[in-house]
Design a protein around this ligand. Structure first.
Ligand code: IPM
Ligand code: MN
Length: 352
């Protein structure tokens, strides 16, 4: 298969984990006879420094012309904690989501047997947990009308019927492709936007008689993912709830550095690790490249390349089993491996 892939390394640890993601894609291309062409483009703080825009038009064009985008992370402490700054790396991320129409953010939560003991949860709770959070990504408070002066500020949590229907459809269909269980997470006891979500989900339920649908308030869901993570198969929720819930779910499997994601919608699909730019670790060869590498696996699977995706996943599991691990998940007293060593080990494994 020929694929044209836009590469957006971004800021912080982005470039170094991306290097490993691309190396793994190349190893897969060589082994399975594919042709992957890459087009790198700037974004985030990096792009603000170079051209004054965190998601420049040229980068947007590279993304639009590509079959898929492999993205790493954006963010820089220079822009944090300063409410007066107007242009921030995150503004670019939101522009990218909006312009590419990436309304469905898919964040799987998968466990690795050899890392169960690293979970902040008890092993018997987390063992076998395997679920997906589908977060609406282009609506709600993130994009609703905003206002701020010295005495008053607000954000509007607005959703329209078509926005809700299309993301619920992704949720129902994802459940259908898995264990047929969908949990709609909202705050319908308080918020009007949530009540519309729930109303529409109930209207859609009869179209999916093979899916068991239940409803849970976000505060309760935040507790249940910790007390009973195996309850869940597919969760679908709005933008802000999904943001918070997926930080929680990303760490219950042991390390945030292991969790990939995809964002799908109207234009080019995008694949990225759930972790951020971790600026403190930038350039230190410390960051775990696995979330980026698994994002590459999700990219290939999106195009039907199942064997290729499995090959990457097997290589990742083998590296963890072999204790070839970055510091945050290394066994006590074990040798630490760097970002590039872990990546190289996985590449070598794939080459066979
Ligand atoms: C995420 C991030 C972003 C978000 C930030 C960086 C704007 O936390 O992708 O979850 O809030 O969506
Ligand atoms: Mn987040």
């Amino acid at each position: 298969m020929k694929l044209n892939i836009a590469i957006l390394p971004g800021d912080g640890i982005g470039p170094e984990v991306m290097e490993q993601g691309v190396a793994v894609m190349n190893a897969v291309a060589a082994r399975f006879g594919h042709e992957f062409e890459y087009h790198e483009a700037i974004c985030g703080a990096h792009a603000i420094d170079e051209v004054g825009d965190p998601f420049p038009d040229a980068t947007f064009q590279v993304c639009m012309d590509a079959d898929a985008v492999l993205f790493a992370a954006v963010g820089d402490p220079r822009f944090d904690n300063n409410p007066t700054i107007k242009v921030r790396p995150e503004t670019g991320l939101l522009a990218m989501r909006k312009k590419l129409g990436l309304y469905a953010n898919v964040r799987p939560v998968e466990t690795f047997d050899c890392l169960l003991h690293m979970s902040p949860l008890k092993e018997h709770l987390i063992k076998g947990a395997d679920f997906v959070v589908i977060r609406e990504l282009t609506g709600g408070m993130y994009f609703g009308e905003k206002y701020q002066d010295n005495d008053k500020a607000y954000d509007t949590d607005i959703y329209t019927r078509p926005e809700i229907e299309r993301i619920l459809k992704v949720g129902f269909e994802c459940a259908r492709s898995r264990r047929h269980h969908l949990t709609v997470v909202d705050k319908a006891n308080v918020l009007a936007s949530s009540r519309l979500w729930r109303q529409i989900a109930k209207e859609m339920e009869p179209q999916y008689p093979d899916v068991t649908t239940d409803y849970m308030f976000i505060d309760n869901a935040a507790m249940r993912v910790l007390t009973e993570p195996r309850f869940f198969d597919v969760i679908v929720t709005e933008n802000t709830f999904g943001d918070i819930l997926t930080d929680e779910t990303s760490c219950i499997t042991g390390s945030m550095g292991l969790q990939p994601s995809s964002s799908l919608g109207e234009h080019t699909p995008l694949f990225e690790p759930v972790h951020g730019s971790w600026p403190q670790a930038a350039g230190k060869n410390l960051a775990n490249p696995i979330a980026q590498i698994l994002s590459a696996a999700m990219l290939l699977e999106h195009f039907g390349l199942k064997a290729e995706g499995k090959c990457i996943r097997d290589a990742v599991t083998a590296s963890l089993d072999a204790n070839v691990r970055t510091p945050e998940i290394q066994v006590e007293g074990g040798k630490h491996y760097g970002t590039s060593e872990v990546g190289q080990w996985i590449v070598d494994y794939i080459k066979g």
